[in-house]
Design a protein around this ligand. Structure first.
Ligand SMILES: C[S@@+](CC[C@H](N)C(=O)[O-])C[C@H]1O[C@@H](n2cnc3c(N)ncnc32)[C@H](O)[C@@H]1O
Length: 346
């Protein structure tokens, strides 16, 4: 049996790490700039968390972390904001985050792992930085595979399309074929959680807490239908910005999820009724942070808060919405394990 050691760059709270870990890909360490990741990352994974800026990390440090494992895996999900359609419209070309994929490449070059994996938004493939990354890997002797993947086909109860890249020095490594024909639904994922009202927190799970709603938003959610839009509301409840002609086209906010479909893509704002289709299918509130985490396929018991730590919706929403869904991480882990098994003795 070959030993594996993985380092997860931009590890966040550990969505990808946890998926890899569940499939037996041993993760030595995760690195992230955000210190808030430390508790969830270390409490749920047998890996250490290093609070560092990737652009300042030296290859030598990673080589030490890899140790003498037979197979070294470098994983990384550079922040996707600069690649989203919104950010493309508004970001400057010199947004420093654009450079983080080049930093990832610098560390690949300096450490020469056996396997590289990265995940990002679908549009990343159109950018020079992505082409530089994948061509650069080929020049270093990697066989590179990438595709835009529908996470719901891998057990994630959510429509979430992402680019996954897998590269290996030992021949072709590609993602396993979809494991589900029918996606997991919102009902299957969160249908049995304790009911809540808006603003209520469940005393047995601090993460199962929903944001408060203003009186107007409470009246709005009461008349919202699962899968419907604000167009179903009486005129008096429609927001002023939606009443003007230019606002009429965007119906994707203030919606309720549907029980028997996968959830919409979880974002960093997924705890707010006005931020997308994040209303609960039947309770008059937005989804709780725990529900958002479960829709990202984190286990029900994944710890996000240390004892006594207060709930900060904005910070936790960012950590949960930014994560790689655990089940997509599992699919990546399974693919890596199958590939390693097939590597001929060298
Ligand atoms: C898309 S998220 C990664 C999610 C993570 N892979 C998971 O599965 O939970 C991107 C992460 O990059 C981190 N980040 C942003 N700039 C960074 C930098 N310069 N160095 C290290 N981490 C950085 C953010 O704090 C964020 O947690």
């Amino acid at each position: 049996m070959k030993t594996i050691s993985c380092i997860d760059l931009f590890c966040g709270v550990g969505g990808l790490t946890h998926g890899l870990h569940l499939e037996g890909v041993s993760v030595a360490a995760g690195i992230d700039l955000d210190p808030a990741c430390k508790f969830p990352y270390e409490s749920n994974n047998q890996a250490k968390f290093l609070n560092k800026d990737i652009s300042k990390v030296k290859s030598k440090e990673l080589i030490e972390l890899f140790g003498d494992a037979d197979i070294k895996v470098l994983a990384g999900c550079a922040p996707c904001q600069p690649f989203s359609t919104y950010a493309q419209r508004y970001a400057d070309d010199d947004d420093s985050r654009w450079g983080l994929l080049y930093q990832f490449f610098r560390l690949v070059k300096g450490t020469e792992p056996d396997i590289v994996t990265m995940e990002n938004v679908p549009t990343v493939v159109k950018h020079k930085v992505f082409k530089d990354f994948s061509k650069g890997l080929e020049r270093l002797g990697y066989t590179v595979w990438f595709d835009v993947v529908d996470s719901s086909k891998y057990g994630v109860p959510q429509s979430r399309r992402r680019t996954v890249l897998l590269a290996s020095k030992h021949g072709k490594l590609q993602l396993i074929p979809p494991i589900r024909e029918k996606p997991k639904t919102v009902r299957q994922a969160i249908g049995r959680l304790r009911p809540l009202s808006a603003g209520e927190a469940y005393e047995r799970d601090k993460l199962h807490v929903s944001a408060t709603l203003s009186d107007t938003n409470l009246r709005r959610i009461r008349v919202s239908k699962p899968g419907g839009t604000w167009r179903d509301w009486p005129e008096s409840l429609v927001a002023a910005c939606h009443r003007v002609e230019s606002g009429k086209t965007y119906a994707g906010v203030y919606g309720r999820m549907e029980w028997d479909k996968p959830a919409p893509t979880m974002t960093t704002q997924c705890f707010g009724f006005g931020n997308g289709r994040f209303g609960h299918p039947e309770q008059d509130r937005a989804i709780s942070l725990r529900e958002a985490a479960i829709l990202q396929s984190f286990p029900r018991t994944y710890k996000f808060l240390s004892t006594g730590q207060p709930v900060n919706f904005k910070a936790l929403g960012r950590l949960i919405g930014n994560a790689v869904p655990v089940d997509l991480g599992r699919a990546i882990g399974k693919s890596i394990k199958i590939h390693i098994k097939n590597i001929k003795a060298e």
